[in-house]
Design a protein around this ligand. Structure first.
Ligand code: PMP
Length: 463
C-alpha cells in the first residue's frame, strides 16, 4: 500500500513523463504546469475519476460529454472484452459483421420520426464526431450533384455553432477561438442567426428569439435560392458555443424552411443525442426528423470512438448507379469497428434495462432545484437547463450585457477552484456547466452544487 506522500510523488513523476512526450488537445501547452494543473488519472469508478495521487474528482463534464453511465461501466466493459476475443476489427468495405448490422438496426429503430416523412433508413459509420460531420456534409453535396444540381455547393450553418475541428467541420463552425486562425483554409459557409435565447432583446421571450432567427434563416435561404445543399445545426443546445439553448419552435421552422427551399437538414446530435436533453434525441423534443443525423460521443456510452450518420432512403438511392464516381467513396480504416459497435449495443441496452430516460427526468429535477441556489449569487446572470445539461453564465454584477474582461479568466479560476474541491468543471469561457454522467447520485449532486457555488465565489471574489 502506497502512502499519501508516495502517491503524490508518483503523480508528480507522471506529470513530468507526460510533459516530456505529450502534446495535449485544446491546450496552450505553455500553461502546463504553471497556470493549469495536469491531473494524471489512474482509473474511473462511476461518476468518479481517481487520480494517481489517490484524489477523487467528480466528472461533471462526462469526459468531454462522452460518458453516459459512469466510468468502467461493467456491462459495456464486458461487451467490449467479449467482442475483443471474437473479432476486433475487419474492413467494412465488402465485409460485414454482426455488431455493425445490429447497431444499425437498433439506431434506425430509435431514430427521430416525423409523421408523413419517410424514416431514416441507412447508417454510415465513421470513427469520431468531426469525421461524422464531414460524412454528412459530403453526402449532402454529392447527393445534389448526382441529381444534376451541381450549383448547390453551399452550406448554411448557425452563428455560434460548433461541429468539430477538421477543416470541413470547422468551416461550418462559428467559434472564433477555434476557427479564426484557419479561416484562409475554410470553404465559405453562409451563417444564419442563432436562435439562442440568452441573447434575447429586452422584452423578448425564447419563442420570440426563435421566430426572429427563423426569419433570418428564411431571408438567407431566399437570397441564396438554388445554391444551398444543406443546413447544419445543433438541435436544442449549442454546446461548445457556451451551452446556449433555444426554443424547440426554431427547429420546426428550420425544418419547414429547408423543405420549402429543397435544402437538406443535417442535425448534429453528437453532443445532445442519447438522452442528454430529456428525450432520446433532441429533435424529438421539437417533433422533427432530419434528413441526415450525426451521432457520436455517447453512442458507445463514452467507451470508444465511433460515429454514425443516419440517412434517408432517398439520399441513399441517389448514390446507386453503375458509375463508381456517383458512389459515396468516403472511408476510414476503422469504419464500423466491431469493438465500438459492441460497446454501443451494450450502451443502448442499458437505456432499456435501466429505464434511463425516466431516471434522468428525476435527476434533472434535482439538478434544477440545486441550481436555484446558485442563481442567487451576485455574478450569475443566467441559469438555464435542458434535461441533463445545466449552465451558469458568469458576468460582472450579474448583468448579462456586462461580461468579464476575457483577460480576467474567471472561468479558468473557477476551474482551478472546483478541481481543488474535487469536481471537474471545464468552463466554456465564463460559462460553467453541469453535464454529468447519468449515474450521478444525490450525494454527488450535492457535492457538485456546493463546489460550483464555492468556485464561483472564489473566482469572482476580486472581480
Ligand atoms: N459536433 C458537436 C455538436 C460537438 O459537440 C463535437 C465535439 N465537441 C463535435 C461535433 C466533434 O466531435 P469529435 O470531438 O468527436 O470530433
Amino acid at each position: 500500500m502506497l502512502h499519501d506522500a508516495d502517491m503524490i510523488a508518483a503523480a508528480d513523476g507522471w506529470r513530468t513523463r507526460d510533459l516530456d512526450v505529450l502534446w495535449h488537445p485544446c491546450t496552450q501547452m505553455r500553461e502546463h504546469p504553471g497556470v493549469l494543473p495536469l491531473v494524471p488519472i489512474e482509473r474511473g469508478e462511476g461518476a468518479w475519476l481517481v487520480g494517481r495521487d489517490g484524489r477523487r474528482y467528480l466528472d461533471a463534464v462526462s469526459s468531454w460529454w462522452t460518458n453516459l453511465f459512469g466510468h468502467a461501466e461493467a456491462r459495456i466493459a464486458g461487451a467490449i472484452a467479449r467482442q475483443a476475443h471474437t473479432l476486433e476489427q475487419v474492413i467494412l468495405a465488402g465485409f460485414s459483421h454482426q455488431p455493425a448490422v445490429e447497431l444499425a438496426e437498433k439506431l434506425l429503430a430509435i431514430a427521430p420520426r416525423e409523421p408523413g416523412r419517410a424514416p431514416l433508413a441507412k447508417v454510415f459509420y465513421a470513427d469520431n464526431g468531426s469525421a461524422g460531420v464531414e460524412v454528412a456534409l459530403k453526402m449532402a453535396f454529392h447527393w445534389f450533384r448526382n441529381r444534376g444540381e451541381g450549383k448547390r455547393t453551399r452550406f448554411v450553418a448557425l452563428h455560434n455553432g460548433y461541429h468539430g475541428e477538421t477543416i470541413g467541420a470547422l468551416a461550418v463552425g462559428d467559434i472564433p477561438l477555434y476557427r479564426r486562425v484557419y479561416a484562409p483554409l475554410l470553404a465559405e459557409a453562409l451563417f444564419a442567426p442563432s436562435p439562442d435565447s440568452y441573447a434575447a432583446e429586452p422584452g423578448e421571450t425564447a419563442a420570440d428569439c426563435a421566430e426572429r432567427a427563423a426569419e433570418g434563416l428564411r431571408e438567407l435561404l431566399e437570397r441564396h435560392s438554388g445554391e444551398v445543399c444543406a443546413l447544419i445545426l445543433e438541435p436544442r443546445v449549442q454546446c461548445a458555443g457556451g451551452m446556449r439553448m433555444h426554443d424547440p419552435r426554431y427547429l420546426r421552422r428550420a425544418r419547414d424552411l429547408c423543405d420549402a427551399h429543397g435544402v437538406l437538414l443535417i442535425a448534429d446530435e453528437i453532443a445532445v443525442g442519447f438522452g442528454r436533453t430529456g428525450t432520446m434525441f433532441a429533435c424529438e423534443g421539437a417533433g422533427i426528423q432530419p434528413d441526415l443525423l450525426c451521432l457520436s460521443k455517447g453512442l458507445t456510452g463514452g467507451f470508444l470512438p465511433l460515429a454514425a450518420v443516419l440517412a434517408t432512403q432517398a439520399i441513399y438511392d441517389g448514390f446507386l448507379d453503375d458509375s463508381r464516381e456517383r458512389a459515396f467513396l468516403h472511408s476510414h480504416s476503422y469504419t464500423g469497428n466491431p469493438l465500438a459497435c459492441a460497446a454501443a449495443l451494450a450502451s443502448l441496452a442499458i437505456f432499456d434495462t435501466d429505464d434511463v430516460l425516466a431516471r434522468n427526468r428525476a435527476t434533472a429535477a434535482r439538478m434544477a432545484a440545486l441550481a436555484a441556489s446558485i442563481v442567487e449569487l451576485p455574478h450569475v446572470a443566467d441559469v438555464r437547463q435542458a434535461g441533463m445539461i445545466v449552465a451558469f453564465e458568469l458576468t460582472r454584477d450579474g448583468d448579462r450585457h456586462a461580461p468579464f474582461e476575457p483577460a480576467a479568466r474567471i472561468g479558468l479560476r473557477a476551474y482551478r477552484a472546483a478541481l481543488e474541491g474535487g469536481v471537474v468543471l471545464r468552463p466554456l469561457g465564463d460559462t460553467l456547466y453541469w453535464m454529468p454522467p447519468y449515474c450521478i447520485d444525490d450525494e454527488q449532486l450535492h457535492l457538485l452544487a456546493r463546489v460550483t457555488r464555492d468556485a464561483i465565489l472564489e473566482a469572482t471574489a476580486c472581480a
